[in-house]
Write a protein that binds this ligand. Structure first.
Ligand code: CA
Length: 231
């Protein structure tokens, strides 16, 4: 699939040169002449990489980058007007991946773009083949990516809230958690219900993951405090 590059640059001649260069390299190119247009284009086309000028009319490149970072992880190369240390530092602080000081050679920028895209591709491949992300407690395995739980290799069917509750307890293993804390964290602050909701779900979980639900060894009751997951 062709990789998409978004160029946000108000200087028309530079924008055109960049677009021409990257199209010639085989990339799909979209251009924007100011920050707002750039943001709009980024949201619409989901580019693989963004080249972003700092000095833009209206919303500057820093602001654009900060906003982008709240919404997407797309790599950003910032174009700084001069070889200025401050520019670079601020650029990296707002989440840019790299920067180029004007004037720069097209060859240098192209090399940087290729290097970043190669890195992104590799990261994507690793995360796809990547292995398990989760929590293992003896024969109990909680797979956080797939939202699956297994016991002695056999899948355990959990309702979404049971899964969230188990994950929350397991991530805080060894700590006694009050019913109120569990309610707030698993069901949310605005949940209208009482702490018996927690008790009921704990009972259901125990029936599914404890060898002897009446004598739990994983989710134990802490008298006067709440529940504790034994890791
Ligand atoms: Ca500019």
């Amino acid at each position: 699939m062709t990789e998409k590059i978004l160029i946000i640059e108000d200087e028309v001649s530079l924008q055109e040169t960049l677009a021409y260069n990257f199209r010639k390299q085989g990339y799909e190119v979209e251009t924007a002449g100011d920050g707002l247009q750039g943001l709009e284009a980024a949201r619409r086309i989901h580019p693989d990489l963004i080249i972003l000028d700092i000095m833009l009319p209206g919303m500057d490149g820093y602001e654009v980058c900060r906003t982008l970072r709240q919404e997407m992880k797309t790599p950003v190369i910032m174009l700084t007007a001069r070889d200025d240390e401050i520019d670079r530092v601020v650029g990296l602080e707002v989440g840019a991946d790299d920067y180029m000081s004007k004037p720069f050679s097209m060859r240098e920028l192209t090399a940087q773009v290729k290097a970043i895209l190669r890195r992104v591709r590799m990261e994507r491949e690793t995360s796809q083949t990547s292995t398990f992300q989760g929590l293992t407690f003896g024969d109990l395995v909680i797979d956080l990516n797939r939202h699956e739980v297994s016991l002695r290799g056999v899948p355990v069917t959990l309702k979404p809230k049971e899964f969230e509750l188990l994950t929350f307890l397991a991530q805080n293993r060894g700590t006694a958690l009050s019913r109120e804390t569990v309610l707030q964290r698993v069901w949310g602050w605005d949940y209208i219900g009482d702490s018996r909701t927690v008790d009921v779900h704990v009972r259901w979980l125990r029936e599914k993951i404890e060898a002897d639900p009446t004598n739990p060894t994983r989710i134990v009751t802490v008298r006067g405090a709440g529940y504790r997951f034994e890791g």
